[in-house]
Design a protein around this ligand. Structure first.
Ligand SMILES: Cc1ncc(COP(=O)(O)O)c(C=O)c1O
Length: 369
């Protein structure tokens, strides 16, 4: 099997843990266990038996996840190691070689790469930057054929932080429904909306809607590696067959913590911390961009990143590498999304890190015309 290198993840893995100024993450500065848990809960950790759990996730955790959605039960949820495993299981169980899928781009390209590897015919429809990253519904309609099995979108979007307006989301669901195809939302940034309410999940809006999500981004807990799939019970059951072959279970420790943080008030408190950090940093970045007119962006509406376009006589991969080598700042090049001329800047880090990273980026750009 041929599989493309997942360059977004590879760049981060190679450099993000050693670089002095890491502006490559898309989530929010993660909690330590000590910050997150009470003394009693920390003590509870010591009592956990380190055995295997249910391979589709602890019953109570699945129920807590189901409660985030409308009229769902734990049978319509499977717990996974990150939303990455959830996406992997979704494609593995739903897509056969020769099936067509439509990926709305830009996107976290995991589904794109894995579907290509298993022999699917992957078509893409791009969000339109000229309109603040809106869907091109006519183009999506044209791409769907009787071989299309799935349309997939990342919403809120990685890397643009864009949110669909409700009419656009309805339009997308209408296309999926008329063609009787699955619609998947990678919703791992849901809950970190900076200006308004949390949007409805695709799983709540469409009978063949499936959502993947997890605790890594809006919830600032990537090290737990807790993700999930939610959707129709039969399709979720199908993904379970693959889970037994991949990782069997998630960690007992992570399931315990996952259950605690998904209690409604606790979840809101965590999301509120995330939004405070992100709002402050978005304002900082907006000011910086006003002072650096060769950069421009649509301020993100959700998530821990901004997709910033720049004007300079250097491609984004070369720019990102030189910035890291010369100034110790890691950002992601737009090239990893197939969009040169952009940088993805993390805005979920501590303010001082972002400030220092932006200052160095400003200095670095002076050498380019
Ligand atoms: C859109 C999207 N989906 C999935 C993932 C995987 O994250 P995790 O497995 O930590 O939930 C990422 C990570 O960056 C992401 O941006």
């Amino acid at each position: 099997m041929q599989i493309e290198e997942f360059s977004l993840e590879r760049i981060q893995s190679l450099y993000e843990n050693t670089v002095p100024y890491n502006l490559s993450d898309s989530g929010v500065h993660p909690y330590t266990l000590k910050e997150l848990l009470t003394g009693e809960e920390l003590a509870g950790l010591q009592e956990i038996q380190l055995g295997y759990g249910w391979t589709n996730g602890a019953v109570e955790l699945r129920q807590a996840i189901a409660a985030l959605y409308r009229d769902r039960t734990g049978d319509e949820v499977i717990v996974t190691n990150g939303s990455a495993e959830a996406n992997f299981l979704l494609v593995s169980s739903l897509i056969d070689p020769g099936d067509e899928i439509v990926v709305i781009t830009p996107n976290y390209l995991q589904i794109h790469g894995w579907a290509m590897a298993i022999g699917a015919n992957v078509k893409t429809s791009a969000l339109r930057p000229e309109n603040g990253w809106e869907l091109d519904l006519d183009q999506i309609e044209d791409l769907v054929t009787d071989k299309t099995r799935l349309i997939t979108i990342c919403h809120p979007n990685n890397p643009t932080g864009a949110l669909l307006n409700p009419d656009q989301l309805d339009g997308l669901i209408d296309i999926a429904r008329r063609h009787d195809v699955y619609l998947h939302g990678d919703e791992v940034y849901k809950g970190s909306e900076l200006d308004g309410d949390e949007p409805m999940s695709i799983a709540d809006l469409y009978e063949k809607g499936i959502a993947t999500s997890g605790l890594s981004k809006a919830m600032a807990l990537p090290g737990l590696r807790i993700g999930w799939l939610v959707g129709p019970a039969a399709e979720i059951y199908d993904t379970w067959r693959y889970k037994d072959y991949t990782s069997i279970t998630t960690s007992a420790l992570s399931e315990y913590i996952g259950q605690l943080v998904l209690a409604p008030k606790r979840r809101q408190a965590i999301l509120s911390r995330s939004k405070t950090i992100l709002r402050e940093n978005r304002a900082l970045l907006t000011d910086w961009i006003h002072q650096h007119p060769r950069f421009s962006f649509f301020p993100p509406k959700a998530g821990g990143m901004a997709f910033v376009s720049y004007r300079a006589n250097i491609g984004s991969t070369a720019l990102a590498h030189s910035l890291r080598e010369e100034k110790g700042v890691l950002v992601l090049p737009g090239d990893v999304y197939g969009l040169d001329g952009y940088l993805r800047l993390g805005i979920g880090e501590r303010k001082a890190q972002l400030e220092a990273g932006l200052e160095r980026l400003g200095e670095h750009m002076q050498q380019f015309s």
